[in-house]
Design a protein around this ligand. Structure first.
Ligand SMILES: CCC/C=C/C=C/C(=O)SCCNC(=O)CCNC(=O)[C@H](O)C(C)(C)COP(=O)(O)OP(=O)(O)OC[C@H]1O[C@@H](n2cnc3c(N)ncnc32)[C@H](O)[C@@H]1OP(=O)(O)O
Length: 294
């Protein structure tokens, strides 16, 4: 088996990742807006270990880059994401499961470590302090839904369709969808219906239940809409925007009392930023404020 760079580091030596390539590309839309593209168009942007790990490292890099203030996430080619690569990604899991040379307890530990690593790769979207806006087109299946439910904002083109496909490939979705989707859409009955049947649904249903917030006529317009929104957000105080993301995430996972406590402590330092005075002065004088990178 080919040993993966990332797999070895994680102790996931039994998982091969194929050849390393530019499976995630990043372009700058302007000084403050980065655009991450899933870049395996010939494989319908299906996920392999390399792609998961590359996505995580790009998100961490942009999360730490003071210049970056907002991120757009889209897919190169005709499909946004057709889920895990059933040959490359799932195939490797199956090879481990069927490898009689690995003792069963250790096999289970290996699988646990692998699932944890992939979870972390999608959680990196949520942990990135910069807002991440997904621009979906065509199919968004399985791991594609794991990915977009970790994003802050989701737009889709009219031609998009979605499926929480995991039950059709014999597993409970384990890298984010089941953990996040109820918090995203807030309709338990619909969530269970789509997660237990794996049925396809389109943009009208996705919009109705709140999985996406906007529909555009084409992929081009969806990406343009996401980039335009990212640029608008990037003009705001990065202290305020990033504080908003961090506090919305915290509030989602805590009681109101706990999250009020949290933001009180958060803002006792962040209100000391010059962004507060600059913004207030700009509003009063009907001018546009500019902000230092953070
Ligand atoms: C610890 C990790 C846990 C992660 C779990 C994640 C789970 C999941 O993601 S479950 C979902 C898995 N994905 C699927 O089940 C989708 C399967 N694909 C399709 O249903 C169709 O291909 C699709 C509707 C996306 C597109 O249909 P279309 O008719 O337009 O194209 P096809 O001729 O079917 O496909 C084109 C070529 O792409 C290959 N392909 C498609 N999907 C995958 C995939 N997921 N993995 C690997 N390869 C895929 C397909 O075989 C065709 O290849 P070729 O014949 O060589 O041209």
């Amino acid at each position: 088996m080919i040993l993966s760079r990332f797999g070895s580091r994680l102790g996931l030596r039994a998982f091969s990742s194929g050849t390393s390539s530019d499976v995630i590309s990043v372009v700058q839309e302007n000084e403050h807006v980065a655009h991450i593209k899933l870049n395996r168009p010939n494989k319908l942007n299906t996920f392999t270990l390399d792609m998961w790990t590359s996505l995580k490292s790009e998100l961490e890099r942009l999360g730490d880059d003071p210049k970056c203030r907002a991120i757009v996430l889209s897919g190169e080619g005709k499909v946004f994401c057709a889920g895990i690569d059933l040959a490359g990604g799932m195939g490797e899991i199956i090879k481990v499961i069927q490898n009689d040379d690995i003792e069963i307890g250790r096999k289970a530990r290996l699988l646990r470590r692998f699932i944890g690593h992939v979870q972390d790769c999608f959680t990196a979207v949520e942990k990135c302090p910069k807002p991440v806006i997904a621009a979906v087109h065509s199919h968004c299946i399985g791991a594609g839904i794991d990915l977009i439910t970790a994003c802050d904002i989701r737009f889709a083109s009219q031609c998009s369709n979605f499926s929480i496909k995991e039950v059709d490939v014999g597993l409970a979705a384990d890298v984010g969808t089941l953990n996040r989707i109820q918090k995203v859409v807030g309709n338990d009955s619909w969530t269970r219906e789509i997660a237990m049947t794996a049925r396809d649904f389109g943009v009208d249903e996705a919009l109705k239940f709140g999985l996406i917030s906007r529909i555009y006529p084409s992929k081009k317009e969806t990406v343009a809409g996401a980039v335009s929104l990212a640029k608008t957000i990037a003009e705001k105080s990065p202290i305020a925007v990033q504080g908003t993301k961090i506090n919305l995430n915290y509030s989602r996972d805590h009681t109101i009392d706990e999250s009020l406590e949290y933001i009180k402590t958060w803002n006792m330092s962040q209100l000391l930023s010059t962004d507060l005075i600059n913004s207030a002065t700009a509003v009063m004088s009907k001018q546009k404020a500019t902000f230092e990178d953070v």
